[in-house]
Structures are given as structure tokens and as C-alpha cells.
Design a protein around this ligand. Sequence first.
Ligand code: 13P
Length: 287
Amino acid sequence: MLVSAKDMLQKAKAGKYAVGQFNINNLEWTKAALLTAQECNSPIILGVSEGAGKYMTGYKTVAAMVKAMIEELGITVPVALHLDHGSYEGCYKCIEAGFSSIMFDGSHYPIAENVEKTKELVEVCAQKGLSLEAEVGSIGGEEDGVIGRGECADPQECKQIADLGVTMLAAGIGNIHGKYPENWEGLSFETLDAIQKLTGDMPLVLHGGTGIPEDMIKKAISLGVAKINVNTECQLSFAAATRKYVEAGKDLSGKGFDPRKLLAPGFEAIKATIKEKMELFGSVGKA
Ligand code: 13P
């Protein structure tokens, strides 16, 4: 069932668990994510970065694939199809293509411009029944060319954006995309606590879910995080399983070169990673 992310995130915030956003790259990723959500009876958010959207030939292809797969696989759990770190133009393209949720990442604009553009998109999304994620304070690391500095957001600016009526808010709390460096200082729970005190019921979003220790994930959820984004970890587990298959020479024996066989271990590895995250985030059985 393709839905906006609003209900699933409000329930998660109230129930003190988080819904995972798993980024998709192709058919295998999408199928793995949908089947795992169904098996775990968990709501799920499929994230699509602008780079991944382009790779899959465009947002219309992505929306058509996801909608058809939900039907063909008989997926009954709530699924949101969400643009990840969208530009202003990208948001409008995804709204037109039939996404059920979008993120406008205005964190690189001066706050007044972020407010102005987010406000406009709040109205457009409300009219169309879509959920909208906004961002304050950029996320560190690099994802599809989007580079952030890992700063901590200003809680007052978070309140200003939350008050515009967005569905969920991503706020930098020292998190970064990709693998965390050895000398990473960890999440700033003081910042998160200050943001949650000022934004009340607003579901907060934790980007850069790959490699955050379990105790920090649990503490973040207890302080109002209701959506956690995971991308790199599925890529790493897919790559490791594929490497193992090829290094064992399995592609060279029998029909092991058949793409459906070659990609199967990676597919199963993505499923296992997603299941593990859903269990950690507490969304299993919450559909
Ligand atoms: P990771 O790649 O670090 O898991 O981050 C994902 C993310 O935040 C997508 O927006």
C-alpha cells in the first residue's frame, strides 16, 4: 500500500520506535526492501536520492516500478516512496511522478530562503496529501555529490521550520553519511534534546544510520527520532556477498553467471540487513 509517511511516523513517535528509510538503487533493492517489510509486518520508507533516480532512468520509472511491485508482490504493509535530499526542482518532479513523500533539503540555503521554499512546499504537499521532510543543519559526509559538514543544527531554527507544518524534520546532530571515521565524536544528544523540547510532537529524522552504535540509536529514539535513514550499510552487505560468490568461483560453474543467480546472494544480504535494522528500530509488527 503506497501511502504518505505521515501516519506511520506519528505512530512511531508516539510509540517510541522508528521507521527505517532504506535507499533503493534498482529492482533487487526495491524487491528486497518490500519483501522484508512484508515479512516483518513493518512500515517502510523507500528513499530515492536524486542520483539513484537518474540512474534508474527517472522518477517516473521509479514510481511505476514501486507501484507495480507493491501490487504484484501483494504488499499490504504501509510503504512510502520518498525523495531523499531533494533539490527544489527535484521535489516538483517527484510530486509529478507520483511519489508519496518528499524531502526538501534546503539546509545549504540561508535560513530565510530555506523557510520560504519549505513553506511553499508545505502548501503544495498538503494539497496533494504528501508528506514533507525538511532539513536544518547539514548532514556530514558525501552522498551522491551532496556534501555536508556534519554541523549541529540550531534548535531555534529547527522550531522555525517545524512550525511551518512539515511532516518530519531532519536536523544535524553530528551524524554523517557513509562510514563513520575512527575519530567521530558521536551524536550530540544535548542538541537532539534541545530540538525535541522545542519541536514537541514533530517526528525527528536521523540521517546517516550506517554504523551508528546500537546504544546511540536507542537513545536517539528515546529523544524523539522516529525515522532513521540507512543507505551505505545495504550497499556494503550487497557488495560483500557478491564478492564472496565471485571469489568462490561460483559464477564460473554451471549457470552461475545467470544474473538471477549472480545477484541472489547480494539480494539476500540486503534483506538480512534491513531485517536487522527493523528489529533494532522497533518497527517489526507495527504495520
Ligand atoms: P548512510 O548511507 O550513512 O546509511 O546514510 C543514509 C542517509 O542518510 C540517506 O539520506
